[in-house]
Design a protein around this ligand. Structure first.
Ligand code: FMN
Length: 143
């Protein structure tokens, strides 16, 4: 199946209270589940890092909503590529608090843009593997 994955970082425009984050996540999960878009959002010290995946038209819709949001700015796209299978198939939008240092480290990793189709997790970009290590989905020795 032809899927795409997109990762980016951004900065919140205002201090975000946990109630605001809850609303953002509720809204995102509701829309993402209608669209079949899965992924994960990290937030800490005013920085966001998000990865979304799904069918190209669905990802484009969700990515459009994200880009239009006035809650954040300074978006930097890290990865945009075709993927052969989902990494976060059960998470319409997983969430983790992350220290700024982790988000910064992830943004400095190598991500893949417009790479040919690759198979499975073994061929994930170094950035994606680091994200999975942070989320405890794979252990460090599988990097
Ligand atoms: C960091 C961040 C991540 C978001 N992720 C999603 C998402 O995964 N799916 C989605 O439909 N909308 C997502 N949104 C958009 C929000 O659900 C919502 O539409 C938006 O924040 C409303 O903000 P506005 O009042 O600035 O338009 C995201 C917004 C931000 C700031």
């Amino acid at each position: 199946m032809d899927l795409v994955g997109v990762a980016y970082t951004s900065r919140s425009n205002h201090p975000i209270a946990s109630a605001d984050l809850d609303l953002l996540l509720m809204d995102s999960r509701s829309y993402n589940s209608q669209r079949g878009v899965t992924g994960v959002l990290l937030f800490g010290a005013g920085q966001f890092m998000q990865y979304i995946e799904g069918l190209p038209t669905d990802v484009e819709h969700v990515y459009g909503r994200i880009r239009r949001s006035t809650l954040h700015s300074d978006m930097v796209e890290l990865e945009q590529r075709r993927i052969s299978k989902r990494v976060f198939s059960k998470w319409f939008m997983g969430f983790r608090d992350a220290p700024a240092s982790v988000i910064q480290k992830l943004s400095q990793e190598q991500w893949h843009r417009d790479m040919p189709l690759v198979e499975g997790h073994a061929a994930a970009s170094p950035g994606m593997r680091q994200l999975m290590v942070f989320l405890d989905l794979i252990s460090t020795d599988q990097r």
